[in-house]
Ligand binder design. Sequence first.
Ligand code: ADP
Ligand code: MG
Length: 317
Amino acid sequence: MVNEKKVTVIALGGNAILKPGQRGTIAEQMANVEETCGQLAQMVESGCYKIIVTHGNGPQVGNLLLQNEAGKELAAPMPLHICGAQSQGMIGFMIQQSLHNTLAARGKGDIPIATVVTQVVVDKDDPAFDSPSKPVGPFYSEEEAKRLETEKGYHVREDAGRGWRRVVPSPDPVEIFEKKAIRQLVDARTIVIASGGGGIPTVRENGNIHGVDAVIDKDLAGEQLAEDLGAKIFLILTDVEQVKLNYKTPQEEGLSQISLDEAKRYLDEGHFAKGSMAPKMGAAIRFIEAGGERAIITSLDRAVDALEGRAGTTIRS
Ligand code: ADP
Ligand code: MG
C-alpha cells in the first residue's frame, strides 16, 4: 500500500512530564503532558504514522519510594518493581486523558488510546545483577544505609557526597512480554502507551515470570519495543535538538544525518555521555541493526520537523 502508515515508537524524555526544578505536583505534570500531547497530536493528524508512546519515570518512582519510606509505619511499603507498575499507570493515564482531549479538540476524539502495563523480560544471568549501579529512591545516613543492607539485602552506595542511596541492577532488555497484546491494539488503530520507565523488569524462571527490583534504561527498552513490533521509525525525544560531537567544547558540532557506521564510530570515540546520550545512541544503533528504517534523536518541540528531515539527528543504515 502506497500510503501505509509507518509504525513509529516515540520515547519521551524526562522533560516531557516534569521540567527541571519542578516539585512534581499533578498540575505541573499535567501542564507538561498537555504540551507534549500537542506534538503527538500533530503526528497523528498528519495521517502518516501509527504511534506507540513510551516514557521515563525517574522522578515519579523516586517520589513513590519516598512516600513509601515516609509512610512505612502506616501502610505496607511496596517494592521497586511495584512502584514501577504504579508509575506506568499514573503517567499512562495522564497521557491517555490529555491526548484524547487534544485530539478531540481537532475533531479526532474517536481515536482509541490505551496504556498497557508492560513487563520487560531480562536475563536472570545478566551480568548487571552482579554489579548494581543505578541509584534509586531516598538518601540515607550511613547508619541507616548499613541497616538496610543487613535487614533487606539492599546494595547501598555513597552518592557523590550527597548521602547514601540504594543502587539496583540495570539489566539489558530481552523481550517485551506484552508484545502480542500491543501488536493487536496497534493493528486495531489504537494509540498505545507502553513500556513506561523502561518497563517492569521481569525474569523467567521454572516456566513462570516474576518482577525483580531493577531499572531498565527507558531508551533501550523503547528500542526493544520498536524491534518487537517491527516499527519503521524510532523517535527519541529529549531536551536537546541535535546530538553533538565534542559536546560542550569549542569544537562542538551538531549531527544531522549520519550512517550506522558513523554512529558506531562516534559512540566508540566517547562523544556521548554515559547514562544520558550514550544509551540513546546505543538504542538507535541497535534499532537500525535490527532492520529499522530511521532512528531520530531530537527535542520534543522539533518532533514533527525532525520526522520531515528539517531538524534533529537521523541515523540510517
Ligand atoms: P532524557 O530524560 O530525555 O532521557 P537525558 O538527560 O538522559 O534525558 O539525556 C539528554 C541529555 O544528554 C542532554 O540534556 C545532554 O546534556 C546530554 N548529552 C550528553 N552527551 C551529549 C551529546 N554528545 N550531544 C548532545 N547531548 C548530550
Ligand atoms: Mg535519560
